[in-house]
Design a protein around this ligand. Structure first.
Ligand code: COA
Length: 319
């Protein structure tokens, strides 16, 4: 049986750290407010000459190293990003060039914070159909570039970073990606969007959000897709070893954990140190928990995300 197995994981965070205390200097906020309402203490911010593709390439090299594979083994690159280097070409083709790969294919996908889970769904289908053998799937973002740094209700929430998976086809059973569900609903665009774009405004735009309303949708939709993802594969939520959620807000993580009666210790949280890195947050959190020894080979893991669109999804994986 062909399965998509996770052979390697890598991530990268830009050097510069922006703390809540730093933000107190520029906007009307406090370290206490940000910590209490979001759980965030700090975020990483890309240097001026550091682009999404640069973060992606470093994460990709680390994932290749972890998989003990070379760039030449990769026959498809998928980059999930909302903050591409250019409107075109895709960031994936820029990453392909920077990695010295001239064969195969590369493309971007855009599902905002759910981009990585969407990417897992696409990668899994392409590996199972035989369209690719070894896929480099990256979530990479420089959200700092689309934030309104005068809007305290949004600029405190996000950070920059990248994470990457190497997914390969293999003949195994009950291993690798077991089940991925993706969903969207375009009705609530005005709750979370960027107020610009090439076709509508010829301007990149800045992120706008009505946070407290997004919050309610996020908790409800994430909990429901996680349950559906587990049950449609034939396992119970209680069978899962680790939950690797999108890192938007610690209170969202807690709300979902409460609804599904999860043990807080099983929920990987990096929100305090990374903030919300959009499509990069799930692979960043996964890498973090592998490196600190919590997630081990053979563990059953559920990944999930929710973002603008709205888009959301969940993926069940045996690592
Ligand atoms: N510092 C201090 N006060 C702030 C602030 C900040 N950085 N940002 C907002 N406030 C104020 C608001 O102006 C408001 O003041 P008012 O009552 O005088 O009008 C007050 O805090 C409460 O605002 P509210 O938006 O109701 O707070 P909240 O508890 O919902 O927390 C978020 C705000 C944004 C942290 C929270 O709603 C959230 O995380 N939402 C989900 C966001 C998200 O995850 N989006 C991405 C999904 S991928």
């Amino acid at each position: 049986m062909t399965q998509s197995i996770l052979r390697g994981v890598g991530s990268y965070l830009p050097e510069k750290i922006l703390t809540n205390k730093d933000l107190e200097e520029t906007i009307e906020t406090t370290d206490e407010w940000i910590k209490e309402r979001t759980g965030i203490n700090q975020r990483h911010v890309a240097a001026q000459n550091e682009y999404t593709s640069d973060l992606a390439v470093i994460a990709a090299k680390k994932a290749l190293n972890d998989a003990e594979m070379s760039t030449q083994d990769i026959d498809l690159i998928i980059v999930a990003t909302t903050t591409p280097d250019y409107t075109f070409p895709s960031t994936a083709t820029i990453v392909q060039k920077k990695l010295g790969i001239k064969h195969g294919a590369a493309f971007d996908i855009q599902a905002v914070c759910s981009g990585f889970i969407y990417g897992m769904s696409i990668a899994d289908s392409m590996l199972k159909s035989g369209s690719a053998k070894n896929i480099l799937l990256i979530g990479a973002e420089t959200f700092s570039r689309i934030l309104d740094w005068n809007d305290r209700s949004t600029c405190v929430l996000f950070g920059d970073g990248a994470g990457a998976f190497i997914l390969s086809s293999d003949n195994v059973s009950d291993f690798g990606i077991l089940n991925t569900l993706i969903r969207s609903n375009g009705e609530h665009r005005e709750l979370l969007y960027v107020d610009g774009g090439p076709s509508k405004s010829e301007y990149v735009g800045k992120l706008r959000m009505i946070g407290n309303q997004v919050f309610k949708h996020a908790v409800k939709d994430i909990a429901s897709i996680m349950k559906e993802c587990a049950e449609s594969y034939g396992v119970a939520i209680s069978d899962i070893d680790w939950f690797v959620p999108h890192q938007a807000n610690q209170r969202i993580l807690n709300g979902v954990a409460k609804r599904l009666c999860l043990n807080d210790e099983q929920v990987i949280s990096t929100v305090s140190i990374h903030a919300n890195t959009s499509a990069a947050s799930v692979p960043l959190a996964m890498d973090f928990a592998i490196k600190d020894g919590r997630i081990k080979r053979g563990d059953l893991i559920m990944l999930e995300a929710f973002g603008g669109g709205f888009t959301w999804g969940a993926s069940l994986l045996r690592y």
